[in-house]
Design a protein around this ligand. Structure first.
Ligand code: PEP
Ligand code: MN
Length: 341
């Protein structure tokens, strides 16, 4: 349930209200100070809470039940878009932010060559897996901590922000030391312990939709992170499993406007993992922008044929540059006033 406060409510009145709320077994999940109103999002079992008594508190304008199971990420709690910011990047609030890089960090030369190219292309965030969640235990598992060190060096030289995946709760501290943004992959979307751990860091969390997750399950996974006190979650639609076999997954483009209706969190699209085919990536990237996405994640490799993972869906430098030009043309037509970082 959410409690809407009158403008200018005193701290003392708020303190008394919070004390009463907690005596009812509820917790204050988040306080959102908007331009026109302050809203308190409550979490916990609220079926037997005396709503009329909360309404009677000084400074309370209204109490509204939130019927959907996700509360803190719900657009009903916060009308304005969440803008996730960090050194050199922002997601949400009208901008379109591109994350690009290899599926996996493979060597110092590989990641540096890609990072320099992407910096020259105006990209803000460099991706690269150091810990890789692979379907087969015999596939390349990533360079692990050595990969993290190479990402840190790439940031030092190029100034690009770094996003990389964390696959287990115990790795969170070591990954958070290097990563500007922590990625939780599709296979771990419902690893609730991991979600809680990244929710206790001060790093933005990039949460990828599980291959078979409904949007409600996806938003409840985001809720786990925010409920731990970390409001900076970026949602990523990366395709879901369907009967179609020409593509690796099926990009659920409707998820973009739908997630933005249901939630205030930014939404990014990953057309590479959605399709598994580089020829389909540029048109779907443009579709994502047109559908209202806040950004894009794509895989880029100087020699995709010899990539250690996800070569078939990785863009060549030439394809990336062409796609980037198309995106810029569409962006300036559709969002001429969008803020740049
Ligand atoms: C990735 O981004 O490299 C990745 C493994 O993606 P997903 O979790 O969406 O499969
Ligand atoms: Mn990949």
């Amino acid at each position: 349930m959410i409690v809407i406060l009158k403008p200018g409510v005193s701290l003392k009145a708020m303190g008394e209200l919070v004390k009463f709320i907690e005596s009812q077994g509820l917790k204050v999940g988040r306080i959102v100070r908007g331009e026109e109103r302050t809203v308190i999002g409550l979490i916990g079992e609220d079926r037997h809470v005396p709503i009329d008594r909360i309404r009677a508190f000084e400074g309370v304008e209204d109490v509204v039940p939130v019927l959907k199971p996700f509360k803190l990420v719900n657009r009903e709690l916060q009308k304005e878009d969440t803008v996730v910011r960090g050194e050199g990047f922002r997601f949400g609030g009208g901008s379109f932010t591109v994350i690009a890089g290899p599926c996996a960090v493979e060597s110092a030369d590989q990641i540096m060559e890609i990072a320099r190219f992407l910096r020259d292309q105006g990209v803000d965030v460099l991706r690269g897996g150091a810990f890789k969640p692979r379907t087969s235990p015999y596939s390349f598992q990533g360079m692990e901590t050595e990969g993290l060190e190479l990402l840190a060096r790439a940031r030092e030289e190029t100034g690009l922000a770094i996003i990389t995946e964390v696959v287990s709760a115990e790795d969170v501290p070591v990954v958070a030391e290097v990563a500007d943004i922590l990625q939780v992959g599709a296979r771990n979307m419902q690893n609730f312990r991991l979600l809680q751990h990244v929710g206790r860091t001060d790093r933005p969390v990039f949460l990828k939709r599980g291959q078979s997750a409904t949007l409600e399950e996806f938003l409840l996974a985001a809720e786990y992170v925010v409920a731990e006190g970390n409001p900076n979650v970026i949602l990523c639609e990366r395709g879901i499993r369907t009967f179609e076999r020409y593509t690796r997954n099926t990009l659920d483009i409707a998820a973009v406007p739908l997630l933005k209706q249901l939630s205030h969190l930014p939404v990014v699209v990953d057309p590479c993992h959605a399709t598994g085919r580089r020829d389909l990536v540029p048109p779907l990237a443009v579709a994502a922008l047109a559908a209202g996405a806040d950004g894009l994640m794509v895989e880029v490799h100087p020699d995709p044929e010899n990539a250690l993972s996800d070569g078939p869906q990785s863009l060549t430098f030439e394809m990336f540059a062409r796609m980037n030009e198309d995106l810029e043309r569409v962006r300036s037509a559709l969002r001429p006033h969008a803020a740049v970082v």
